[in-house]
Every structure is written in C-alpha cells, then in structure tokens.
Design a protein around this ligand. Structure first.
Ligand SMILES: NC(=O)c1ccc[n+]([C@@H]2O[C@H](COP(=O)([O-])OP(=O)(O)OC[C@H]3O[C@@H](n4cnc5c(N)ncnc54)[C@H](OP(=O)(O)O)[C@@H]3O)[C@@H](O)[C@H]2O)c1
Length: 266
C-alpha cells in the first residue's frame, strides 16, 4: 500500500474528517482536500501523529471548474495511486429558489454534482488498469424524500448522485470497481451552521440525530464491502423504507415533525 492513497473531498470538517480518521486507522495513506488550507494542515499533522500513514493535502474550491483536474494533476505529479475516492464535500443553500442567483445555483450543482462526476471520471481509468477501486459518494436520506422548499435542488442532486453511483457499478463492477452511495440522515457536523439552517437542525427530534463518527464507520465498512447503497443506522433504514413506500401526500403530514422548517411554503 506504499503508494496507494484515499482521496477525500470535504475533509476539513464533519463526515469527511471522520472518514479520513477512520481510513487512517485502517492504514490508508490520505490526500485531504477542502478550501480551508490551515485547517487541513492541522488535521494532516494530527492524523500523521496518531497513525503510521502518509497524509498530503491540496486546498481547492470545488465550485471552480478547474479544481477536479488540478486535484488529479497534483496526485499524478506526486505519483499517488488513488484506489479509494471519497466524494463528500457539500453544503446547503438556505435561500428560496426564486431568490438565489444563477451563479449560486451553478456553484452548488458543481460542488455537489459536477465535481463528483469529473473526479470519478479522472481517477477511474487508473482504477480500471489496476483492477481495483472503491468510490464513495456521500449522498443523503434527502435523496429519497420529497424536495424541500429551503433547498429545492439539494435532494434532487443527491438522487442524481445515487443513480450516477449505480451507473458506475453497472459499468465497472466486473473491472473490480465498486461505488457506494452513503446516505446519512441528520448528522452533527458543521453543515447546518455553514448552510444557515442550524436553528431548524436544533428542532429535529434527538432520536433522528447521529454523530459523524458513526456515519463514517458505517459508510467506510459498506464501501469496503462493495455495497451499492448504505443507509447508516437502523432508524434511517426504517425511515427510508417508509419514504419509498408511502405516497408523497401522506408524507406531507409528517414532514414538519421529521424535518422542522424544511417544507415551509414561500
Ligand atoms: N450533516 C448532515 O446532516 C448531512 C446529512 C446528509 C448528508 N450530508 C452530506 O454529507 C457531506 C458532508 O457534509 P457535512 O455534514 O460533514 O458538513 P460539513 O461539516 O460542513 O463539511 C462539509 C465539507 O465540505 C467542504 N466544502 C464545502 N464547500 C466546498 C467547496 N466549495 N469546495 C471544496 N470543499 C467544500 C468543507 O470544507 P471547506 O469549508 O474547508 O471548503 C467541509 O470540509 C455533504 O455532501 C452533505 O450533503 C450531511
């Protein structure tokens, strides 16, 4: 595993940070990426001190269309063999659709969608050549739920990512590559503050809220096992089962209990 690396986007906080720590404990060398360079440096130093692995970092903004290629070029220049790709970076937009700028929506689609597709596209050929590759896409339980009013594109992009992940499995499983959509429910991270929805998050019933460490552990296990989908925790497995079963008009009665403020009408 000397030159084998796991590349993690959104590794400076929350679920991505816990995935990085989890993979380091399992002996993976890491390439961390996110925008906050200083934070990444601090995290890289800590992980190196606690584990016998190499950790490198590259700070990039994934809303910039050049970033996936620049991350790929960085790995190539250093001769890193990326056989575990974690597409995790993400955020939410807490503004109703008619008020957001076109630029803000485009950046959002780029970070949560386009960059995932391009990074996967860039790293896939080498994985095929080596006959091994694990891809994790951090999606969301929102991919199974009706789109919410405060972030109308969030759920649909995550649904798109689940289907993209399925298409990787259909086309490349026989080449030794698997892709896992990890679909967490409400998780304690920097997400809700960064997305301006911490107040709604505080009103979510506690039995629906889990730690990033738990999500990372279940997500990494599922990805290593080559599962196509992972819905961490029994609670959310049941909830997703119901979301798939019940008609949307029935779900609207329960939405304010399960996701307070998310279905406010504008
Ligand atoms: N928390 C939840 O309840 C929840 C539930 C379901 C799914 N998820 C998903 O889990 C994933 C991780 O989110 P989290 O909850 O761990 O949130 P978080 O703590 O806010 O972490 C988000 C990460 O994404 C990075 N990021 C954000 N915008 C970026 C950009 N433009 N370019 C590059 N990196 C960017 C952030 O780093 P920098 O700020 O340093 O760039 C940070 O490392 C997301 O895809 C999210 O949709 C979260």
């Amino acid at each position: 595993m000397k030159n084998s690396y796991a590349l993690i986007t959104g590794a400076s906080s929350g679920i991505g940070l816990e995935i990085a720590k989890n993979l380091a404990k399992r002996g993976y060398n890491l390439i961390l990426t996110a925008r906050r360079h200083d934070l990444l440096e601090k995290i890289a130093k800590e992980i190196k001190e606690n584990n016998n692995v190499n950790v490198d970092l590259i700070s990039k903004d994934l809303s910039n269309s050049n970033s996936p290629q620049e991350i790929f070029d960085f790995c190539n220049a250093k001769n890193y063999k990326v056989n575990f790709l974690v597409n995790n970076a993400g955020y939410g937009i807490n503004t109703s659709f008619h008020e957001t700028s076109v630029e803000a929506e485009e950046a959002f689609i780029r970070v949560l969608g386009t960059s995932v597709i391009i990074l996967t596209k860039l790293f896939l050929p080498k994985m095929i050549e080596n006959n091994e590759g694990k891809i994790m896409i951090v999606s969301s339980v929102a991919s199974f739920a009706p789109p919410s009013s405060i972030q109308p594109l969030y759920g649909p992009i995550k649904t798109f990512m689940n289907r993209f992940s399925d298409s990787i499995n259909i086309n490349y499983k026989h080449k030794g590559i698997s892709s896992t959509s990890v679909c967490p429910g409400f998780t304690i991270t920097g997400f809700h503050t960064a997305s301006g929805v911490q107040e709604q998050m505080n009103r979510v019933p506690r039995f629906l809220v889990f730690t990033a460490k738990r999500i990372a552990e279940e997500g990494v296990e599922a990805t290593l096992a080559g599962k196509s989908i992972c819905i961490p925790t029994k609670t959310y497995k049941i909830l997703v089962f119901l979301l798939n079963l019940l008609p949307q008009f029935l779900l609207s009665y329960a939405e304010d209990f399960f996701a307070p403020g998310r279905y406010k009408k504008y």
